[in-house]
Write a new protein. Structure first.
Length: 413
C-alpha cells in the first residue's frame, strides 16, 4: 500500500504528520526572524527543537529489528524521520547562530555540536559546514585563536573543494581576524599579519564578484584595512576603510558600520593625524549607536570626538555623565579607556579619572612615549612594567599592535 493511502486510513499517522508539518513551519518562521528579532526567533526554534526531539524518540521505538518485516505503522513513522531530523538540525543550527550573535559562544558551540549528528544522518553537507564554521568562529570569540584557525582552515579547504564561494568567503574572513588577533611576537607576527592580509584579500576578491551583497564586501574591505594598518600601510588602510564603510552603509549593516567608523576614527587619530576626519567618524558612530541604543558605543563614539580636540563642551559633559553616573544605560565605565588631550577637559575630577583609567596630556599620545604614565582599563597603572616601557620607547607603534583586536586592552599615556 502507498504511504498516501496509509495516511488516509491511519488517524495516528495523520496526527503525527501534522505535528511534523507544524515543526517545519516553526523552523521556517524562526529563520525568517533570525536577524530582525532574535528573541522571537529563539522562542519558535526552541519549541520546534523540543517537539522534534520528542517525535524522534517516539519514531525510534518503531524501528523494526533486523530481519523482521516492516509493518505499515513502522513504514509510516519511519517516513517522517527524514523530515523531523532535518527540522531539528535546522532549529539547533539557527539557535546556535542566535547565541553566537548575542555573545554566548560557549552555548552556541553546544548547539552546533548538537546539530552536527543530525546533519550527518541526513548527509546535509552544507548544514554540517555551517555548524563547523560556527564552532570555529565561537572559539575565535572566546580568544581560542589557534583552535579556531585549525577548524576554519579545514572548512576553508572543504569550501574550496566544493566550489562554495560564499562558504570560502566566510572562512577567509574568520581566518584573517584570527591571525590579526594572535598575541604579538617578534618572531611570528610578520608571518601572521601577511597570512591575515592574504585571507582578507581573497575574501574581497570573492565578494567583488557579486554586487548583490555590499555589506559582505564592506566587511571584507574593513578587514583588509585593519591588516594594512597593522603593517603600517596607512594610506592603503584609509582607502579600504573609506570604501568599506560606504559598502556597509549601502548594505544597511548598521552594527558593522558603527564598528568600522570607530576603527577608522582610531586610524585617523593615532596614525594619520586627521582630527577633522576622526571627529566626523565619531559623529557618524554616535548617530548609529544612538539609533541602535548601544550605550557602550555611544561612549566610544563620544570619546573619538573628544580625542579629536574638536568636540563641543556639551559633548564633553555628556561623556562625563555617561561614564560617571551611567546615563542612558552607559554603566559605570570601569572598562572604558579615555584620553583627554587637555587638562582642562576634566581638571581635578579624580573620581571620573579613576573610574575610566584615564590619562590626560596636551597632544597625541605617541609623542609622549616614555614620558607619561601608562594606564590600563579601570585605572590599573602599568608604570612599573619596565620591560614594556623599554619596548615601547624603542618602537612606539607597538602600542597599536598591543591594542589591535581588543579595544579594551589598549594602553594609554
Amino acid at each position: 500500500m502507498e504511504l498516501s493511502e496509509l495516511y488516509k486510513t491511519n488517524v495516528n499517522a495523520r496526527l503525527l504528520r501534522d505535528k511534523v508539518d507544524d515543526i517545519i513551519e516553526l523552523v521556517n518562521e524562526g529563520n525568517e526572524l533570525l536577524y530582525s528579532s532574535p528573541g522571537s526567533a529563539s522562542a519558535k526554534l526552541k519549541l520546534a527543537s523540543s517537539t522534534a526531539s520528542k517525535i524522534l524518540s517516539q519514531i525510534d521505538k518503531f524501528k523494526p529489528k533486523r530481519g523482521e518485516p516492516v509493518t505499515p505503522e513502522q513504514q509510516l513513522t519511519m517516513s517522517l524521520f527524514v523530515d523531523v531530523s532535518g527540522a531539528l538540525s535546522q532549529a539547533l543550527t539557527s539557535l546556535g547562530t542566535i547565541k553566537e550573535m548575542t555573545g554566548s559562544p560557549r552555548e552556541a558551540i553546544l548547539l552546533y555540536q548538537g546539530a552536527l549528528p543530525q546533519c550527518e544522518v541526513m548527509n546535509d553537507v552544507q548544514g554540517a559546514f555551517t555548524c563547523r564554521v560556527g564552532i570555529g568562529n565561537c572559539h575565535k570569540a572566546l580568544g581560542e585563536f589557534e583552535r579556531a584557525i585549525q577548524i576554519l582552515k579545514l572548512e576553508h579547504e572543504t569550501a574550496r573543494a566544493n566550489k562554495d564561494e560564499i562558504g570560502l568567503a566566510i572562512c577567509c574572513n574568520g581566518l584573517s581576524k584570527c591571525y590579526t588577533s594572535l598575541p604579538f611576537s617578534p618572531s611570528t607576527s610578520t608571518f601572521n599579519l601577511n597570512a591575515a592580509l592574504s585571507y582578507a584579500l581573497e575574501d574581497v576578491a570573492i565578494c567583488r564578484k557579486d554586487d548583490d551583497y555590499p555589506a559582505q564586501l564592506g566587511s571584507a574591505l574593513i578587514q583588509v584595512g585593519a591588516c594594512h594598518r597593522l603593517l603600517f600601510d596607512f594610506d592603503l588602510a584609509r582607502q579600504c576603510y573609506e570604501e568599506g564603510i560606504e559598502m556597509l552603509k549601502a548594505g544597511d549593516d548598521f552594527s558593522a558600520e558603527l564598528m568600522a567608523a570607530l576603527e577608522f576614527s582610531e586610524l585617523c587619530l593615532a596614525d594619520v593625524g586627521d582630527c577633522e576626519k576622526a571627529y566626523e567618524l565619531g559623529q557618524r558612530g554616535l548617530k548609529i549607536a544612538e539609533r541602535l541604543k548601544d550605550s557602550s558605543n555611544i561612549i566610544e563614539s563620544l570619546n573619538c570626538c573628544l580625542r579629536s580636540k574638536l568636540c563641543s563642551k556639551e559633548e564633553k559633559l555628556r561623556l562625563k555623565g555617561l561614564v560617571t553616573v551611567g546615563e542612558e544605560g552607559g554603566g559605570g565605565g570601569g572598562n572604558t579607556c579615555l584620553i583627554c588631550h587637555e587638562k582642562l577637559d576634566f581638571e581635578g575630577d579624580d573620581v571620573f579619572l579613576s573610574k575610566c583609567g584615564c590619562s590626560y596630556h596636551e597632544s597625541c599620545f605617541l609623542e609622549h612615549v616614555g614620558k607619561d604614565q601608562l594606564f590600563c582599563p579601570g585605572g590599573e597603572s602599568c608604570k612599573g612594567d619596565s620591560d614594556l616601557r623599554k619596548r615601547v620607547k624603542g618602537d612606539p607603534q607597538i602600542l597599536l599592535r598591543l591594542a589591535e583586536g581588543d579595544r579594551q586592552k589598549m594602553y594609554y599615556f
